[in-house]
Write a protein that binds this ligand. Structure first.
Ligand code: PEP
Ligand code: MN
Length: 283
């Protein structure tokens, strides 16, 4: 028998947009935050140098994978716990919170000890054991859309986390598989107004995985903001040519600075406020 109760993700549950905070990065309710950093943590210097650059440009949250879900078992799999330690050290030293991926329900205990927010990757959007476990964490969850999942499947995946007791969920469009192969994925910006019409949860867009092409990231990031997104997830590497994963879609730091300048001009037009990183002296 199917239940007729109103889903917890439904707009009518709260009557207003939910605000989800990852430290000083605020998503929803008119607030727009940018999460930036490398695809993977490769070492202390790589993360620290990239983190300083993205923070200076205006990112209010850092990203970096310690556990990497790679399509090939022979690709770099991440530094695992060592990567979490590096993320935490860098994040504390520059006072920017961080989000990192957790791939398995059994690893949540460890990852939640370090991370400010937990990312569920596209390959795990329907890992129901993981979603149920994340319903019990106190940390916000960044839930990426499955590459072949419909918008309503994404909402039902979020429902698992909310139903488990964790209301802090941010939805993320990261591109889907279609017949079109001129880019790595097809960034589905239709989903932004669709989700905003259905749910109170904040919606962010990842134009890096959505396009797979460095030079397409800025236009699609701006398009996402214009479409009503509450934030962005962008891959940036201090030297994308040396990146161990997703270098071809990672922005050069100067490109990221350029994106942030353009966003500062665009966001007031669409009624959003850009959250800035805390200064070193603010509490
Ligand atoms: C990532 O954010 O680096 C990542 C692996 O993303 P996705 O799960 O969207 O491929
Ligand atoms: Mn990546």
């Amino acid at each position: 028998m199917t239940s007729t109760r109103i889903p917890l993700t439904n707009k009518h549950h709260t009557g207003h947009e939910s605000i989800v905070c990852i430290g000083s990065a605020v998503f929803g309710g008119g607030n727009f935050s940018v999460i930036a950093g490398p695809c993977a943590v490769e070492g202390f210097a790589q993360l620290y140098d990239t983190a300083i650059l993205v923070r200076t440009a205006g990112a209010s949250c850092l990203r970096g994978g310690a556990y990497k879900p790679r399509t090939s078992p022979y690709s770099f799999q991440g530094l695992e716990q060592e990567g979490l330690k590096i993320l935490q050290e860098v994040s504390r030293s520059i006072r920017v919170p961080f989000v990192t991926e957790v791939m398995d329900a059994g690893e949540v205990d460890l990852v939640e000890k370090y991370a400010d927010a937990l990312q569920v990757g596209t390959r795990n959007m329907q890992n129901f054991k993981l979603l149920k476990r994340l319903g019990k964490t106190k940390k916000p969850v960044l839930l990426k859309r499955g590459m072949s999942a419909r918008a309503d499947d994404l909402l039902l995946a979020a429902e698992y986390v909310l139903d488990g007791g964790n209301q802090q969920v941010i939805l993320c469009e990261r591109g889907i598989r279609t017949f079109e192969v001129c880019t790595r994925n097809t960034l589905d910006l239709n989903i932004v107004p669709y989700l905003k019409s259905k749910t109170h949860l904040p919606v962010v867009v990842d134009p890096s995985h959505g396009t797979g092409v460095r030079d397409f990231v800025i236009p699609m990031a701006l398009a996402a903001a214009a479409a009503g997104a509450d934030g962005l997830l962008v891959e940036v590497h201090k030297n994308p040519l040396e990146a161990l994963s997703d270098g071809e879609q990672s922005l050069w730091p100067e490109q990221f600075t350029d994106l942030m300048k353009r966003l500062k001009l665009l966001l007031p037009v669409v009624g959003k406020t850009l959250m800035r990183p805390l200064s070193q002296h603010e509490s």
